[in-house]
Design a protein around this ligand. Structure first.
Ligand code: GLN
Length: 454
């Protein structure tokens, strides 16, 4: 814990931590010490963690990197962080992210972007988003591991951009209670770690059956570490042909082949599969996610949480809502609220929202069919490129950023678990990752396959 606190102090330039809690960290580390001496430790006891800003931690600013939540200190603890503290983990502070987890470059944060510790020619690169602070902090050794959330790729894409491991569990495996909501039917929290084994240990501590989250699944939490045998002989790995998108860089293609070879060398069979509705996933996601976001974000009205705009004489409640939301939400969040409100409006609901829901069902069916045909895991790239320079996304063309999510959103729509593992580097030496997709609630098996790629 002391080593991490020192490292954090020396790493302001990464802008990974947005709020430090050194006193809390030292108290928790002392308690962990006592617990270890008393012979009552878990594998997480005394492990210093960074927590994405989207998780409510009692008494600690929790703003989801939004100005609108300025001054909000929750009086309650998210189930995930409570589980981690109960296991003895240590809280180092809150980590940077995109505002309300909307983004792929950590550039929509009210704190400014987190910076990738990997560099090319002194150019600052994005650590990815939305869990960019988590990825930068783990990659730069500011913490031993971090929490992330993944609605359309926000754990896996930053993990790929920084050369770490990121696991998005099955929808319902980890409680969403106390996690500031983006799109409730897609959001899922998970671990961001240095190794696959760490991810197994940390998922075991984060996951629980939680009566406070109605979508929490009623499955007991298995011992994920025990599943890590490294034996995948006879397993069938699907390689989906629809993920071979036009213009895919040669580096990514080569990495994908290398990953397939590693799994084959370990005794698995590589099978060509088809997930025919893949091309509709991005448009469906960018209807469903903003629709749910526009509803979830309606609660930020200047009354219940955080910040209220300064009002002028004669301003009424409407002006209070308008001014608070206009100055509290950044441009990307406002864009999503507008898209979401539009696709849910009476005249367009059937054309957009209902259509997207039907597409979502077809995407899920593609995966169900592959697994029913005996596929154990699916291998695909995590991202279409390595980390790109900060500031290089064209702000007038938001769709350019959305295209980053082409390989990740499908799993969220289908509710499936996925893990990003660093497997190689591009020509410039930047990390590149591959992604494995598993059967629902079989994270142990998924982690075991990932071990082979490490
Ligand atoms: N980049 C995607 C989005 O902006 C995914 C973000 C996430 O997973 N939270 O919606």
């Amino acid at each position: 814990t002391e080593a991490c606190l020192t490292a954090i102090d020396g790493a302001d330039a990464l802008n990974a931590f947005v709020h430090h809690t050194p006193d809390m960290a030292r108290d928790m580390a002392a308690a962990a010490d006592a617990r270890i001496k008393a012979g009552d430790a878990t594998a997480m006891t005394g492990i210093p963690l960074g927590i994405k800003d989207v998780f409510c931690v009692r008494g600690v600013p929790s703003q989801a990197a939004s100005r609108i939540l300025q001054g909000f200190r929750p009086e309650y603890e998210s189930t995930v962080t409570r589980n981690l503290w109960n296991a003895g983990a240590v809280m180092l502070g809150k980590l940077n992210q995109d505002e309300f987890a909307m983004g792929s470059a950590n550039e929509s944060s009210c704190y400014g972007p987190a910076v990738n510790p990997w560099k090319v020619d002194d150019r600052h690169l994005t650590p990815g988003g939305s869990s960019g602070g988590s990825a930068a902090a783990v990659a730069a050794d500011l913490c031993l591991a971090a929490t992330g959330t993944d609605t359309g790729g926000s754990i896996r894409q930053p993990a790929a951009f920084t050369g770490i491991v990121g696991l998005k569990p099955t929808y319902g495996r980890v409680s969403r209670w106390g996690v500031i909501a983006y799109a409730s039917s897609l959001d899922q929290a998970g671990p961001m770690t240095k190794t696959v084994r760490d991810a197994a240990i940390m998922l075991g501590a984060m996951a629980s059956v939680d009566p406070q989250d109605s979508t929490s699944a009623d499955h007991p939490v298995p011992d994920y570490e025990a599943a890590l045998t490294g034996d995948i002989r006879g397993k069938r790995i699907g390689v989906p042909r629809e993920y071979r998108v036009d213009g895919m860089p040669a580096d990514i293609d080569a990495l994908w082949r290398k990953g397939a070879d590693m799994l084959r060398d370990a005794g698995a069979e590589i099978v060509d599969i088809s997930l025919p509705h893949t091309k509709y996933a991005l448009p469906a996601y960018y209807v469903i996610a903003p629709a749910e976001a526009s509803s979830n974000l309606a609660r930020y009205d200047g009354v219940r949480y955080g910040r209220r705009a300064r009002l002028g004489q004669g301003d009424g409640i409407t002006e209070m809502y308008e001014k608070t939301r206009a100055e509290g939400f950044g441009p990307e969040v406002q864009r999503r609220v507008m898209i979401g409100t539009y696709v849910l409006s009476a005249g367009f609901y059937d054309a957009y929202y209902n259509r997207a829901r039907k597409v979502r069902a077809l995407i899920k069916r593609d995966f169900d069919k592959a697994f029913a045909d005996g596929i154990d895991a699916i291998l695909a790239p995590t991202t279409p490129s390595a980390a790109f320079p900060l500031g290089s996304l064209d702000q007038s063309d938001p769709v350019q950023a959305y295209l980053n999510d082409v390989f990740t959103v499908t799993l969220n729509l289908a509710g499936l678990p996925g893990i990003a593992v660093p497997v190689g580097q591009d020509a410039q030496g930047l990390p590149l990752g591959l992604q494995l997709v598993g059967r629902p609630f079989e994270e142990g098996d998924l982690l075991n396959h990932a071990l082979v790629l490490e």
